[in-house]
Ligand binder design. Structure first.
Ligand SMILES: NC(=O)c1ccc[n+]([C@@H]2O[C@H](COP(=O)([O-])OP(=O)(O)OC[C@H]3O[C@@H](n4cnc5c(N)ncnc54)[C@H](OP(=O)(O)O)[C@@H]3O)[C@@H](O)[C@H]2O)c1
Length: 280
């Protein structure tokens, strides 16, 4: 089997490479310099020449606040890129994996959200990702759309930011009124690989298990690392950002539960392993 990974240098792209690296799958690894997913001609040419069986799109504009002032760029990367890939995959009978986000929801109800709940994005990032989902679904029936949240892995992320800040601060304020689930790229990549192996098409939520705020997440990072730092909870209003974020965007992995089985771990267990690997 031949798999094309776009955005292969990102957090998820690197983890998927690592996990497939232990198998006999042939990988075609591209990032923006080799294959810009927003360039329809380049995508069509690459796909028709290389003929992957599956395209896993790990490319995205993930800077949520910057997206607010970069609507065109966010639309190109998060909506048009997935469209180009889904359609190129369809033209050769290949499958497409598109990664999406909890930010497609408004997060205004304290309810764990399933694939059957209605999205209502409040940010440019969330709405451009949702439009990407829709086009992938419309253009290629052999699709896996996987929504995740609060992702960390090999790249810049909240865990690394907290560790860095703790080096030169005695006290940190962290938002305590946004609730979600930190998710390791290890768990997400395992699920994606399983879905592809089982040809289990459709829309899936995939986060680790459990629920916390960014404040709880920070406390857990420092507890595991034995870092002595004062962490004070604050509200989103005290920490204004360009993009509005959902207050409660806990995803329930309902479709995984009902189909292939939910193999994700509790968020604290996954975090512990991640921090141990960072040490190593
Ligand atoms: N990070 C999160 O907390 C989070 C939460 C929910 C969902 N997700 C979704 O999960 C997926 C993976 O996220 P991630 O954290 O692994 O992302 P990431 O680390 O930001 O990686 C994205 C990669 O895409 C590349 N890229 C950007 N524009 C491109 C283009 N036009 N063509 C090809 N490649 C391009 C980036 O290159 P440059 O770095 O050079 O721009 C980067 O290597 C994304 O779909 C994201 O929306 C992420």
């Amino acid at each position: 089997m031949k798999i094309l990974i776009t955005g292969a240098n990102g957090q998820l792209g690197r983890e998927i490479q690592k996990q497939y690296g232990k198998t006999d799958v042939e990988l075609l690894l591209t990032d923006v310099t080799d294959l810009d997913i927003t360039d329809v001609l380049a995508v069509n040419k690459y796909v028709s020449e290389n003929k992957p069986d599956v395209i896993i799109n790990c490319a995205a504009h993930t800077q949520v606040d910057k997206c607010e002032s970069q609507l065109d760029l966010a639309t190109k990367i998060n909506t048009i890129g997935p469209k180009n890939l889904a359609s190129a995959a369809f033209s050769i009978g290949a499958e497409i994996v598109q990664i999406s986000t909890d930010y497609v929801f408004d997060g205004e109800v304290d309810k764990n959200l399933t694939e059957f709940d209605k999205p209502n994005p409040k940010s440019v990032y969330g709405s451009t990702k949702l439009e990407g989902e829709k086009l992938v679904r419309a253009l290629n029936p052999k699709h896996y759309i996987v929504r995740t949240a609060w992702l960390y892995g090999d790249g810049g992320n909240f865990v690394k930011t907290m560790l860095k800040l703790s080096k030169d601060h005695d006290e940190l304020k962290v938002v305590n009124d946004q609730i979600g689930t930190p998710t390791s790229t290890v768990d997400l990549a395992r699920v994606i690989i399983k879905l592809v192996r089982e040809k289990n098409y459709g829309l899936f939520h995939c986060t680790c298990k459990g629920v916390c705020s960014w404040y709880d997440f920070a406390l857990e990072i420092f507890a595991i690392r034995n870092i002595n730092i004062k962490v004070t909870p604050c509200t989103s209003e005290e920490f204004p950002t360009a993009a509005k974020r959902p207050k409660y965007s806990v995803l329930r992995n309902y479709m995984l539960e009902l189909t292939t089985g939910d193999i994700t771990r509790d968020w604290k267990e996954a975090l512990k392993e991640y921090l141990a690997d960072l040490d190593a």
